[in-house]
Design a binder for this molecule. Structure first.
Ligand code: SF4
Ligand code: SF4
Length: 440
């Protein structure tokens, strides 16, 4: 893997880039003089050897654009996206099923005339494809939303194993992809994966993939594709895009205090998020690490981390720190929910990720804090309560969970801990007094 980092060559590249950016974006969100841009644009790039593209090691995950009352905040998102591009980020990952994401990204890139400065990764939503006719239907919609004539990196979204890919092969997906590639509408084909390591290796050999996307972080080194999958894919010359480097934010904001302090004692200058990113970038097989940034502060911090975390940056002492933190983290992270929301909405209005987050917090932050979070997430005394007791075990949610969590069983575990008998009585009494009934 060839690395473009803060060496002479990359510095020259970054400076050239910065100068162009400074001219092109003047007046949109000017940050200072060119000298300052030069200093800040030291993005590290890693090569996609199949296409020759130089991809920024920090990619923008567009699933969690900033929102106001549930609606994407356009101005804030535009500022973030443009600031990321000026910082050197050139890989943007979106998907058909991320609400509002493709439209927002497409309109920002068009408005600022930067479509050809970035690589767009989009995804065919296999989970809602009911026949071969859906391939064109979803893909054309994606092009329309993204306001573009082509997608640089197109993923088969959420493959869980070889049998799933076989089903799509029988629907003629390989022929369809070949046509789209010939027409120049899809540049490179890959898949995102949530299944076992063995299935990942099986899927790798089932098609002439040009890149892959896997979940990977210091807590998931041996989970799903894991380090074995990462190395197998890299050995085939494939760029590997990393998702969930912060495990849905758990490794940034959800660490137990003891774990945070362990990191701080080892290096007070690095945040838990920076520690998590460094762990991934330390491995040269990881090409791009996606981060779902929704605040300027996060972006700034991630850009700074991306400059310095080169392969081999983690020495034996740091490795020992990760080992200690992981031991602490695993004691509190009982249900491996990343908060992706793929299981939602629940027809009974159960706030599945909220229940799991509160349950985990009750171990990480202490029972009282976890309980506060639980009451906020499940609104037990309101008209629209959303606690685990509402579950009717229909199983709809479990089919969509990329982490393969036994949701129904786990909700019972949550209820047993977070709703002890005395609390159930107290809630029933309050609801009776307020005249509230369960939602139908
Ligand atoms: S199994 Fe329970 S939590 Fe899952 S969708 Fe059905 S009612 Fe909702
Ligand atoms: S339960 Fe599964 S699908 Fe639902 S938010 Fe958690 S990880 Fe995502």
């Amino acid at each position: 893997m060839e690395i473009f980092a803060a060496g002479a060559g990359s510095l020259r590249f970054a400076r050239g880039y910065a100068a162009v950016e400074a001219l092109d974006f003047a007046g949109i969100a000017w940050r200072g003089n060119i000298g300052r841009e030069e200093r800040e644009n030291l993005m590290q790039f890693r090569e996609d050897k199949i296409s020759g593209n130089r991809l920024s090691v920090l990619g923008f995950g567009c699933m969690r654009f900033p929102r106001n009352f549930g609606v994407i905040d356009m101005q804030k998102t535009e500022n973030l996206v443009m600031e990321a591009i000026r910082g050197g980020v050139n890989y943007f990952d979106t998907a058909y099923i991320y609400p509002g994401s493709e439209e927002t990204l497409g309109s920002i890139l068009e408005k600022n005339r930067v479509r050809d400065r970035v690589y767009i990764a989009a995804k065919l939503p296999l989970v809602i494809c009911h026949g071969p006719g859906d391939f064109d239907r979803f893909f054309n919609k994606e092009l329309e939303r993204l306001r573009t004539g082509y997608v640089d990196y197109y993923l088969m979204h959420m493959i869980t194993g070889g049998d799933l890919w076989k089903k799509f092969q029988s629907w003629g997906i390989e022929g369809w992809l070949a046509e789209k590639k010939k027409a120049g509408q899809i540049r490179r084909v890959g898949f995102s994966f949530h299944g076992s390591r063995d299935e990942f290796i099986r899927v790798l050999d089932m098609y002439d993939w040009e890149f892959v996307q896997i979940q990977y972080n210091y807590s998931d080194e041996n989970f799903q594709a894991g380090i074995t999958g990462l190395r197998k894919a890299a050995a085939k010359g494939l760029p590997v895009i990393i998702m969930e480097p912060l495990l849905g934010g758990k490794l940034a904001r959800g660490l137990p205090r003891e774990a945070e302090e362990t990191f701080k004692r080892a290096n007070p200058a690095l945040s838990p998020a920076a520690w998590a990113f460094r762990w991934v970038w330390n491995q040269q097989e990881a090409t791009v690490v996606l981060s779902g940034m929704n605040e300027g502060r996060q972006l700034k911090e991630n850009l700074a981390a991306a400059e310095t975390a080169l392969p081999g940056c983690v020495g034996p002492e740091e490795a020992e720190v990760y080992r200690r933190v992981l031991g602490i983290f695993n004691r509190s992270y009982r249900i491996r929910c990343t908060g992706c929301n793929y299981c939602m909405p629940c027809p009974q209005n159960v706030n599945i990720p909220g229940c799991f987050a509160a349950y985990n917090s009750s171990f990480a932050m202490g029972f009282i804090q976890g309980m506060q979070q639980y009451v906020t997430s499940t609104a037990p005394t309101s008209e629209r309560m959303s606690g685990p007791g509402l579950c009717v075990k229909c199983g709809k949610c479990e089919k969509h969970c990329p982490q393969h969590i036994p949701i129904i069983r786990s909700l019972e575990t949550v209820r047993n801990r977070m709703e002890p008998v005395w609390m159930r009585w107290a809630i029933a009494l309050i609801r009776f007094t307020l005249g509230k009934t369960r939602p139908s």
